[in-house]
Design a protein around this ligand. Structure first.
Ligand code: MN
Length: 354
């Protein structure tokens, strides 16, 4: 059980965790809920939620007692007493200042520890099990099938919004329970913004179009990006595409256990710089993916981590020529003992749509 991994990582100076984020509650209990908190200790655990969710929570959560929030704070104080919690380590990344103040006022005999960095919670989630791998694989298959269908329908004169909507429909209709994030479809000069928003711009011949999208299956996300050409493209666009593709493949080749995340990033970044586009690649080369679309580890120049088997990461360098166009290519892989396995099977050669 994932909650056992959490409890066994409890530092000596604390008696329990207060988990407040939806993604960690899901990861540690298996229950998806945006209105609950998890108290996890060596002596027992409780999940507090309101009456809208108690029945479903009781059916799903086996690792913690489900308690109704209606009796808050007494019920929470009693649980802390029962489990001998005097120092409670709080997950701060998703707790509002107001909630932190309230807990402080309510819990007289329990000291709340707010630490900036309890990154070990994020690190617990890094090593994906076979079952998690399977869910991510399923999500990726749905995304690729949807993308294939949408490319077949793509015509000049369609707006970015229309294309994005078609892709969203195809993913949800194909079995995605949700979208990983708001789908990005950006074309022409709008594609020079790495995270541009689909607009009413109509796509036309000569445009490069970047698609960044993903499906969620069983709570697990997928993430992929492809840039395609509509009609024809210039030599400059073609060259930029080739540079991004080579950078992406260099980063992929660098992936194996025990290499630093920085070295994977620089495999892509150094090549892009060599080709004269260093100023056109501002973001990191990749990020972890799982119950959140962005999680540990990061493949960036600032990363301090080393890749380990079970890490799921994206590899997505890009070149963005301000006011003109952009290209990004993104695959998602899982690190294996002997290298990695690529979830993404979709073609990476430049596709030109006529
Ligand atoms: Mn990504």
């Amino acid at each position: 059980m994932n909650i056992e991994k959490l409890i066994s990582s409890l530092p000596d100076y604390a008696d329990g965790f207060l988990i407040t984020s939806e993604c960690n509650i899901f990861y540690f209990t298996g229950f998806e809920c945006d209105a609950g908190v998890l108290l996890a200790t060596k002596n027992g655990s409780c999940f507090f939620t309101d009456s809208r969710y108690t029945e479903a929570a009781e059916n799903t959560i086996k690792c913690a007692q489900v308690l109704d929030n209606a009796d808050f704070p007494e019920v929470f104080t009693k649980a802390c007493e029962r489990f001998g919690v005097r120092r409670l380590l709080c997950e701060t990344s998703r707790m509002t200042v107001r909630a932190a103040k309230r807990y402080g006022e309510l819990l007289k005999d329990t000291e709340l520890l707010f630490e900036d960095d309890i990154s070990f919670i994020g690190n617990i989630r890094r090593r994906k099990s076979e079952q998690e791998e399977l869910l991510i694989e399923k999500a990726q298959r749905i995304s690729e099938k949807a993308f294939t269908d949408v490319l077949r329908e793509l015509r000049p004169g369609m707006t970015e919004k229309e294309i994005a909507l078609k892709l969203d429909f195809a993913m949800l209709n194909g079995g995605a329970e949700a979208l990983s994030f708001q789908t990005i479809v950006v074309s022409g000069e709008n594609s020079s913004k790495p995270h541009g928003v689909p607009s009413d711009r109509k796509v036309g011949f000569g445009d490069m179009i970047t698609f960044d999208f993903g499906s969620v299956v069983g709570g697990y996300h997928s993430d992929m990006t492809r840039t395609v050409a509509l009609g024809s493209c210039s030599d400059v666009q073609k060259n930029v595409y080739c540079v991004v593709l080579e950078a992406q493949e260099r980063a992929l080749r660098a992936i194996k256990p025990d290499v630093t995340c920085v070295s994977v990033d620089s495999a892509a970044r150094d090549f892009i710089r060599e080709k004269g586009y260093g100023d056109c690649f501002g973001h990191g080369t990749g990020h972890g993916v799982g119950v959140e679309i962005h999680e540990y580890p990061n493949l960036s120049p600032l990363s301090r981590e080393t890749l380990k088997p079970g890490d799921v990461v994206t590899v997505e360098p890009g070149i963005y020529v301000r006011g003109s166009f952009g290209v990004r290519i993104e695959d998602m892989v899982i690190v294996k003992e002997n290298g990695y396995r690529n979830f993404t099977q979709f073609d990476k050669n430049l596709i030109t749509i006529f």
